[in-house]
Write a protein that binds this ligand. Sequence first.
Ligand code: IPE
Ligand code: MG
Length: 221
Amino acid sequence: MDGNGRWAKARGKDRIYGHFEGVESVRAVMEAAVEWGIPYISFFAFSEENWGRPEQEVLALMELMGRTMVGELDNFLEHRIRFVVLGNRARLSDELNASIDRMMAATAGGDALTMILFLSYSGQWDILQAAEKMAHDLMNHPGQPVRPEDLSRHLVTAGIPDPDLLIRTSGEKRISNYLLWQTAYTEFVFTDTLWPDFRKEAFREALEEFASRDRRFGKIK
Ligand code: IPE
Ligand code: MG
């Protein structure tokens, strides 16, 4: 999700106003995912690097995320959505972690859609913490061959399928330390649309582009 700040700036408003409007896009995309039977949807809400933004913006974002997720509980339960937060949770406040734990426990039975919020996440951090655990395993079983699955099962995304499609909004064409390992064969769609303007129609267009791709996974057809 990118372009909230620019969206607000274009309207002469404070950046946080763009984040508020971005929440409406999350809701619209999530509802479309439920309607279209998409089993998993992830949102990169806050990166490890985003901690370096001005304190006022970081605090406003954390407050917005905490308040919004708690306010969505009825919606999640009604639509049988499982809510999951993945990232470096040690950096989040106790209060936010408590809300996340409550939301994850309350929605654990959701079987229509898994909605993942990547919070204080970076791909390199994820690979490093997984490598540390893998190194520990190897010390206990020296000489054992190491396969990609051995790292995958220590990533915070263990048990969640790798993404088929990654959409980046706002005209930027880079991965910015998102899911580095998990996107080995992901299809990328880049759109100039700013995140607060990315609603159901924009999502449909991205899915149509995805549907037109010829995925070979390094093989030939
Ligand atoms: C995305 O919008 C939201 C977060 C990264 C939290 P930005 O805040 O990056 O908006 P721009 O890129 O400054 O327009
Ligand atoms: Mg940005």
